[in-house]
Structures are given as structure tokens and as C-alpha cells.
Design a protein around this ligand. Structure first.
Ligand code: ZN
Ligand code: ZN
Length: 133
């Protein structure tokens, strides 16, 4: 990035709705710390190139021809928006109680858990986790 934008800085942010952001006034590019973990290294590179192209083309260019030219010169091959495939954001461990209450976790829980709404009615269903990943 320094090669293209020597006076710009890079940071991570807390966004959940979009992967990257170009802060024109601050001369800064940020990527979401929550979403980049779901991207491959090559995809992170592409997300950065997308934002670098914004920095080079300027705020007013939007995703118009100037931005597209800058993006193509940088080797950006993605689209006008950068997104994490929805399936990757889904937690892979799924449990369902006999009454149909569903639970999802990113990691397999190590302790026994009971379906909460059912246990409040006096039915204790130990949740059984299946790997959907
Ligand atoms: Zn964009
Ligand atoms: Zn239940």
C-alpha cells in the first residue's frame, strides 16, 4: 500500500456491514476486523486494492470510470462492492431441541447446555451439536 499511497495510513475498524472504507479527509484506509478474518489473504489484498483505487480516484469518482481505471491499473479483479460470502459468516455448529429451538456457535461448546426456553417450562433437553461446516 505504501507504494501507491505514501502519505496514507492503514487501520482496522469495528464495522460489521462493510469490509473496507476509504477515509478521504483523514488519508486513511480501514478494513473491518470482524470481517477480514473470514477472508483469504488474496481476498484481503483485493479488498485493499478496492479502497486504494478509491483513494487514487477521489471521493467524487464513486465507482465510476475513474475509479474503475484506477482499480484495473492496480490489478483489482473484484466488483463494485467487497463482501464476505454469507455462508462463511454462519456459525458452523448447530443444535436443535425437540421443540425446534435452534442454536448456532462458531466453536463446539465444551460444556453441556440445555435449551433455555424449554428448561424454563421444566423440560430439560441437553443440546447436541452437529458440525455444519
Ligand atoms: Zn467501493
Ligand atoms: Zn427448546
Amino acid at each position: 500500500m505504501a507504494a501507491h499511497l505514501p502519505r496514507w495510513s492503514f487501520d482496522l475498524d469495528q464495522a460489521r456491514a462493510r469490509v473496507g472504507c476509504c477515509h478521504y479527509a483523514d488519508h486513511k484506509i480501514t478494513l473491518s476486523r470482524h470481517l477480514v478474518v473470514h477472508l483469504s489473504a488474496a481476498e484481503v489484498d483485493q479488498a485493499l486494492l478496492h479502497e486504494i483505487a478509491h483513494a487514487l480516484a477521489g471521493h467524487r469518482a464513486g465507482h465510476g470510470p475513474q475509479w474503475r481505471r484506477a482499480a484495473a491499473r492496480l490489478g483489482y479483479t473484484g466488483r463494485r462492492t467487497v463482501a464476505v460470502p454469507a455462508a462463511r459468516l454462519q456459525a458452523r455448529w448447530l443444535a436443535r431441541c425437540p421443540h425446534g429451538h435452534e442454536y448456532r456457535r462458531h466453536r463446539r461448546p465444551s460444556t453441556v447446555a440445555y435449551c433455555r426456553p424449554c428448561s424454563q417450562r421444566g423440560e430439560w433437553f441437553a443440546l447436541e451439536w452437529t458440525d455444519q461446516g
